[in-house]
Design a protein. Structure first.
Length: 158
């Protein structure tokens, strides 16, 4: 069983993400007038993000994509660090900030999250612009840690 899970980890993970997005879309009508609709949109965003972000794996696993793999070889797009930094590292943190601002009732907490998320976004843009090559070659630890801090702040204030 453990071997099966290891060999099929990516497929199983993406399947669960897609199942969550489909379930959310099926329930969207019920939650259309609540803040939960934003979370459903986010589930779809994550499913699409993960499907597109897996392009390096598709290129290595499927022989019919070998021409595209050859084009990407040696370019900045050979790996997908940039994709996940921009759309997951920045995008998800900004979504969580937005979502928690929608569901919180205390105006002071909303202001804290708004200020923190603006600082996170501006700091991330400055960090990316000063460490441009790192965007394409590795995970940006500064953005990951700062983003996790913002999400933890949102959860604590909730």
């Amino acid at each position: 069983m453990e071997e099966f899970l290891r060999e099929n980890y990516s497929f199983l993970t993406k399947s669960v993400e897609i199942l969550a997005a489909i379930t959310g879309l099926l329930m969207l009508k019920k939650y259309r007038h609540t803040s939960a609709k934003y979370f459903i949109y986010f589930l779809v965003y994550v499913a699409v993000l993960e499907l597109i972000g897996a392009y390096p794996r598709y290129l290595s696993d499927y022989d019919f994509l070998s021409d595209i793999k050859a084009v990407f070889k040696g370019t900045l797009f050979e790996r997908n660090y940039w994709w996940y930094t921009i759309f997951w590292g920045l995008g998800s943190v900004m979504f969580y900030s937005f979502y928690f601002m929608k569901i919180l009732n205390t105006k002071f907490y909303i202001k804290i999250i708004k200020f923190s998320s603006i600082m996170f976004f501006l700091s991330s843009i400055i960090y990316i612009s000063t460490h441009w090559s790192e965007l394409f070659n590795s995970t940006m630890i500064f953005i990951e840690v700062f983003g996790a801090t913002i999400i933890m702040l949102c959860v604590i204030l909730y």
